[in-house]
Ligand binder design. Structure first.
Ligand code: ZN
Ligand code: ZN
Ligand code: ZN
Length: 482
């Protein structure tokens, strides 16, 4: 995959604030000068961490200023990324601490700061502030990634925006960058969610690099899950910098639903630490679900956390009482996995993926594609792929056999909504389906790459229990769930 995956338009960043590079020049000239200076002092650790933190707080509250700086002072952000991602041995950390303490003592600018700092260790102040700045600087990338638009090589008013390429995010080798960010997260612990937020954005915008790094290192994978679990467990504490629910939620969201996601990525990532993660997810869910404070990203991340919980709960075969009260109704009664539950997961996966649905497509990864006008669900990169899929070329199933069925189900059954509501709507919508129609739907589900492997396995088990043959193409297959 290249930097232009899920490319859509010309990469011009269309922000609402067209004033970004005009007006109040004087007001931000000082900040640009300050950022230039700070960028340099970040790379050689000559800056004052107290002032750096104050600057990070100011930029976090001032998105327009960030918008200017990502267009004009790339060196500043390069300095921030380097500070946050440089691998540091124990000795290097000691040197950093000494330097930061000295810089703080010698600094003449921060007289208004007296106590009230999030860390007593000045090296942690420095790392935390650097992570906060990187997170602020990547805000525009997150917005574009969540709209499945091209992220790197963006421009605004003809000016190139930082970061221009993936390499800008990885000043050292990706595995060392991730390792360093994780160390930051472990060092700041529960005091700050910014390092984990940076890891989440990295997963969201540079998945093709970040995911393999984790999947090839059990150590890194376990460490990040541990950080996520600790953060979720801490989610009701208001004292941390950056809301813990948001920090953990973004990472989980990026892993499960970010651009380029494959349906089994999430499970492969978390399965070894399911015992650590599951209770933490439940605590985090309750905290995120509480209405005590305004939580950034709650709308997107709460359903994400809920689906992790339900997925793990099913796999671990735990009692209903282990679930958060709010979720229990979804699995109460004589709940058992049925065909509609599997279809729900598959259709949810399809609606979240923005790849071309034709199996033989040479470039399935790119884009904000048009959807099929029949089912409004499948996406195709061009008319050629759509025609081939419709007629079953390169695929075991013809889309024309399944499309009308989906078109009867989807208007009332929403795979992005709650599972139980989907099941009820599905039962009504398919009440008049004949045996062939049920067979097509079952064959389509078992044949689809976006159906998670463990659900396919469960499907086969259930078919075997009922003594039914597995679906075969366009035969009168009787669904084991009919
Ligand atoms: Zn200072
Ligand atoms: Zn295609
Ligand atoms: Zn269709």
């Amino acid at each position: 995959m290249s930097d232009t995956e899920y490319a859509s338009s010309d990469g011009e960043d269309s922000e609402d604030d067209v004033q970004v590079l005009a007006g109040d020049v004087e007001a931000w000239r000082a900040d640009i000068a300050h950022a230039k200076e700070t960028g340099l002092s970040l790379s050689d650790a000559t800056c004052c961490p107290v002032c750096l933190l104050a600057f990070a707080e100011r930029l976090t509250a001032d998105k327009r200023n960030v918008a200017r700086l990502v267009a004009i002072v790339h060196s500043f952000w390069e300095g921030c990324a380097a500070a946050a991602t440089l691998p540091r041995s124990e000795n290097a950390m000691r040197d950093l601490r000494t330097a930061m303490e000295r810089n703080t003592t010698e600094c003449k600018n921060h007289d208004e700061h007296s106590g009230e700092l999030p860390h007593t260790d000045s090296a942690l102040l420095f790392l935390d502030a650097a992570c906060q700045l990187v997170y602020a600087g990547l805000g525009h990338m997150m917005a574009r990634a969540s709209q499945q638009k091209r992220t790197f090589s963006s421009q605004r008013h003809g000016l190139a925006l930082w970061p221009q390429t993936r390499n800008d995010l990885f000043p050292v080798a990706p595995v060392d960058t991730i390792d360093a960010l994780l160390s930051c997260a472990e060092l700041v612990g529960r005091a700050s969610g910014y390092p984990l937020l940076v890891l989440g954005v990295y997963m969201l915008i540079a998945r093709a690099v970040v995911l393999p790094v984790f999947m090839q290192s059990t150590n890194l994978c376990q460490r990040v899950i541990q950080v996520v679990a600790n953060t979720l467990t801490n989610a009701s504490a208001a004292s941390a910098r950056a809301q813990p629910f948001t920090s953990a939620g973004l990472f989980l969201y990026a892993l499960r639903e970010g651009p380029g996601t494959k349906p089994d990525d999430m499970l492969a990532f978390i399965i070894d630490l399911k015992d650590v993660l599951f209770p933490a997810l439940c605590i985090g869910f309750d905290a995120g679900n509480g209405d005590t404070e305004d939580i950034e990203g709650r709308e997107a991340f709460l359903p994400t956390v809920r689906s992790y919980i339900l997925r793990l709960h099913g796999i671990m075969r735990l009692p209903v009482e282990d679930l958060p009260v709010e979720i229990r109704p979804e699995v109460q009664g004589n709940y058992k996995l049925q065909f509609p539950n599997i279809l729900y997961v598959l259709l949810g996966n399809i609606s979240r993926t923005h790849r071309c649905a034709h199996k033989g497509c040479p470039t399935p990864d790119a884009g904000a594609f048009k959807t099929c006008s029949g089912c409004h669900l499948l996406r195709y990169c061009n008319a050629h792929c759509q025609r081939n899929d419709w007629n079953g070329r390169g695929y075991d199933m013809k889309h024309k056999d399944v499309c009308p069925l989906l078109a009867r189900i989807l208007p009332t059954a929403d795979p992005k909504g709650p599972e139980l509501a989907f099941i009820h709507a599905y039962i009504t919508a398919t009440a008049n389906f004949d045996i062939f129609e049920r067979g097509y739907l079952a064959a389509y589900t078992i044949d689809n790459d976006l159906t998670p492997l463990e659900l396919k396995a469960r499907f086969k088990e259930m078919a075997a229990e009922k003594g039914v043959n597995l679906p075969e193409r366009r035969t009168g297959f009787r669904s084991p769930f009919a």
